[in-house]
Design a protein around this ligand. Sequence first.
Ligand SMILES: [Zn+2]
Ligand SMILES: [Zn+2]
Length: 264
Amino acid sequence: MKKLERFCPRCGKKGISQESALCGACAALAAGLEFKEIIVTICAYCGRFRLRHKWVESKTADDAVAAVASEKIKHEGQQRTQISSSLPHKNINPGIDLDFDIDVSFGREGYRVPGRIRGTVCPYCSKQGTPYFEGVLQLRSPSNELISYVRNDIAKHQSRGIFITKEIPERDGIDFQISSNKYLRALGKRIRARFSGEFKESARLFTRDRQTSKDVYRLSVYFRLRPYAVGQVVKKGEREIQITSIGKRVCGIDIKNGKKVFLE
Ligand SMILES: [Zn+2]
Ligand SMILES: [Zn+2]
């Protein structure tokens, strides 16, 4: 027999211990705590973390979590919250997210809410030139699936010195600075094979390495995800179009009259 899985009745989260009980996060919200996603961005090299748009030093990752969580978890009234975290025993690496639990005590009750550590390289460490940034992956209109595909792929290659040295949110997506042009080029090919979209690759001379007197290129890989798949039926005005091919342009046929139509 399959074990009965319990869900949080409010948000649908799985793995609830008691019947009709809320998950930790929903229980905390119901008790009057206010918070959104608690993401702690930590430098994998020096342990500095981001707090109110500044980089702050910390002795341990737990200190950083406590500082960020106290900042993010708000409530009315005079009662104080106490925060402790149970961090996973894993290394923090640039470009890698780690999920963990934060224990918040508020009044007489305790709540377990989800937190996430995001490894990165702080500006102090990246200035020292150690994590050398070579290329940039520009994702536009990315889906969560595409972003996690990229993060996972980078995680798989970290033992080869591949990591995200910086993430820059853009109006319509995100830029990942990546430590290897060679890897970035291969990643671009994999993205292109797996997702449909507009793809561009360009390289420009960035600098000349003084020690080796070799030219250093900065590679840019641009990928704009298209929300289409072959076989999918989409509406264009009053017409229904079935997509037949996705190349430089998205092409389909009008279901009613069989005529060829370009969608983009
Ligand atoms: Zn819930
Ligand atoms: Zn640092």
